[in-house]
Ligand binder design. Structure first.
Ligand SMILES: Nc1ncnc2c1ncn2[C@@H]1O[C@H](COP(=O)(O)OP(=O)(O)OP(=O)(O)O)[C@@H](O)[C@H]1O
Ligand SMILES: [Mg+2]
Ligand SMILES: [Zn+2]
Length: 275
């Protein structure tokens, strides 16, 4: 091996200080594997920032925990979190849309959706790590040996990272109207790989069903729902106080159908009536 290498003009294999002065060594002059890895990780973290920043600051606390017990404590504000967590996780892992349904306010619909969105984003961050490191982090493999180039998991990784990067939280209220902000919010909501579309019905501002106020208020909402419905690879987590039949009264049966069709309905808080 060493002989083969010395036939080339390059520097001999040895022990060199990392060019970044990180204190580690490399077998060839240059930057060490650890520094390459740090840089890759930082790059992926940067790319995930728009996804993370779409989550409103008041839900910064809603993050997945290290273990279930820690999570249960942290998410005591979400009614029946262990069940909600289980149903939500199952649905998302099965690639289904979700309707987080809770006719009562402040029961934790939005919080639960934020926990799940962060999980999607974090998964992208984890998968972005070199394979050896990721395996070690998951406790199922050795870390890269010093001086070895990190290996990267290929296609699946790229896919997870793309999904994580494209994940977004958009408040339904924000897609209402024709302001530049509303148009931009609609664009974001349409292209999100995984979208938390928060609080369908909030944008009605209390307008009664079938009243003249409705059409203008729901145009943006329907636009986003229709667009995403035609693209089943885009996943949506809706939060709403509107069971299907109620939703149909405000938005029409077609829209309600597109929201609830194939979606897992996860109930949060005390319920009245059926979906
Ligand atoms: N930043 C915060 N600090 C303290 N408590 C909070 C914070 N954000 C939310 N909560 C509490 O967490 C609980 C869940 O709130 P969340 O907004 O998730 O409920 P929701 O079902 O989405 O409500 P709504 O129907 O009003 O949208 C509530 O009791 C709320 O008061
Ligand atoms: Mg909410
Ligand atoms: Zn280094």
């Amino acid at each position: 091996m060493a002989e083969t290498l010395t036939r080339f003009a390059g520097p001999p294999v040895g022990v060199y200080a990392c060019a970044n002065d990180c204190g580690r060594t490399t077998r060839l002059p240059g930057v060490c594997a650890g520094c390459v890895e740090d840089e890759v990780r930082a790059k992926y973290q940067r790319e995930l920032l728009p996804a993370l920043r779409s989550i409103p600051p008041r839900f910064q606390w809603a993050i997945p925990g290290d273990d279930e017990a820690a999570e249960r404590l942290k998410h005591a504000r979400i009614k029946e979190w262990p069940r909600v967590r289980r149903e939500l996780t199952e649905a998302v892992e099965a690639g289904r849309n979700v309707v987080l349904l809770g006719p009562k306010p402040q029961v934790g619909k939005t919080s639960a959706a934020c926990v799940m969105l962060r999980r999607v984003i974090e998964r992208g961050a984890l998968d972005a790590l070199p394979e050896d490191t990721r395996m070690a982090a998951l406790g199922s493999g050795p870390a890269a040996r010093p001086g070895e180039r990190p290996r990267f998991a290929s296609d699946r990784l790229a896919e997870q990272v793309r999904i994580a990067r494209g994940a977004r939280f958009v408040a339904v209220r924000d897609v209402r109207g024709e302001s530049p902000e509303a148009i931009e919010a609609r664009r974001e909501a349409k292209r999100a790989t995984v979208l938390v579309f928060d609080d369908v019905g909030d944008e009605l501002d209390g307008a009664p069903a079938a009243s003249g106020w409705i059409p203008d208020r729901i145009t943006g909402t329907r636009d986003v729902i229709d667009y995403r419905h035609k693209r089943p690879e885009l996943k949506t987590i809706f939060t709403t106080w509107l069971p299907k039949r109620e939703m149909a009264r405000f938005y029409g049966g077609g829209t309600a159908e597109r929201v609830y069709e194939h979606a897992a309905v996860v109930r949060v808080g005390p319920q009245e009536g059926g979906a």
